[in-house]
Write a protein that binds this ligand. Structure first.
Ligand code: SAM
Length: 278
């Protein structure tokens, strides 16, 4: 059976179904079988169920299906879903849903198709990367890990630690839900058509690490990182007023002249907890 990630097969399938890659939907197809296999191996344990976001022509879906229990793949483009019913016809453990992942009730889909916890994987459309990450993590569904291809620059931001040059509001926000690591760099040449930027695969492992309520944590992150060049005291003032901001920072043991980029998610959680109780 020919690899769905071979450039020849991608071109043939597009032609057969009268399709052209749509830039507005981030349609850059993986054309490297080795990378595709490595993503599948990192994404799913043998026999585990998996939700795939954006299957496209099925390159990753096919190798996921070889390894996984059940695969449910959510694809927004009806041209792709037509092609998928042909390219994945040999797989009896794949269900393709024609839907926008951002308008999909992920928990409900999981309850309908999976028997318990499941993995999430996807070569994500770049224009909705963060929204996809948060949609999955906030769904309340029992996700074991989320393996995603993202822009390299976003991967650096997600993998950064407090004090690193790439650390900022995105990482501080997502850290509420667990840990992120970068798994693999993927050069632009591994896709057809070739995107303008390089990519990387990250893996998010959910864990309940913070006791503070999500809303107040998110508000605190937003306030602290509002203006990059300002001190935490100045940024927090807008949320709490000057006096309360000083008092909360003192109680949390944070230097008011510090910059938000130096505060770890755990310290931010401590501050958010103090704010919640004041
Ligand atoms: N998985 C395939 C691969 O690796 O070759 C295709 C990846 S391509 C980068 C992203 C895919 O996500 C496209 O097929 C695109 O149509 C689909 N997509 C874009 N926006 C979507 C959305 N909101 N919901 C579901 N799928 C979406």
């Amino acid at each position: 059976m020919e690899q769905l990630s071979s450039p020849k097969k991608i071109k043939e399938t597009l032609e057969q179904f009268g399709l052209s890659p749509l830039k507005k939907l981030g349609q850059n197809f993986l054309k490297d079988a080795n990378i595709t296999r490595r993503i599948a191996e990192a994404a799913v344990l043998p026999g585990e169920d998996v939700l795939e976001i954006g299957p496209g022509l099925g390159a990753l879906t096919d190798v996921l299906a070889e390894r996984a229990g059940r695969v449910v793949a959510v694809e927004i483009d009806s041209g792709m879903t037509r092609a998928l019913s042909h390219t994945l016809a040999h797989r009896n453990n794949v269900t393709v849903l024609h839907a926008d992942i951002l308008k999909t009730d992920i928990k409900k889909v999981a309850e309908e198709y999976f028997s318990g916890s499941f993995a999430v994987a996807g070569n994500l459309p770049y224009y909705i990367t963060s929204k996809c990450l948060f949609a999955v993590l906030e769904s309340g569904a029992p996700v074991t890990r989320f393996t995603a291809m993202v822009q390299k620059e976003v991967a650096e931001r997600l993998a950064a630690k407090a004090g690193d040059k790439d650390y900022g509001a995105l990482k501080a926000s997502i850290a509420y839900y667990g840990a992120v690591q970068k798994i693999l760099n993927v050069p632009a040449g591994c896709f057809l058509p070739e995107p303008d930027v390089d990519s990387a695969v990250i893996q998010f492992t959910p864990s309940k690490t913070m006791d503070v309520e999500r809303k107040i944590y998110a508000r605190t992150v937003k306030a602290l990182f509002a203006m990059r060049r300002k001190t935490v005291q100045n940024n927090l003032k807008a949320m709490l007023g000057a006096e309360e901001a000083s008092a909360a920072l003192e109680l949390a043991g944070i230097d008011p002249k510090a910059r938000a980029e130096t505060l770890s998610p755990e310290i931010i959680a401590r501050l958010a907890d103090i704010i919640a109780q004041s």
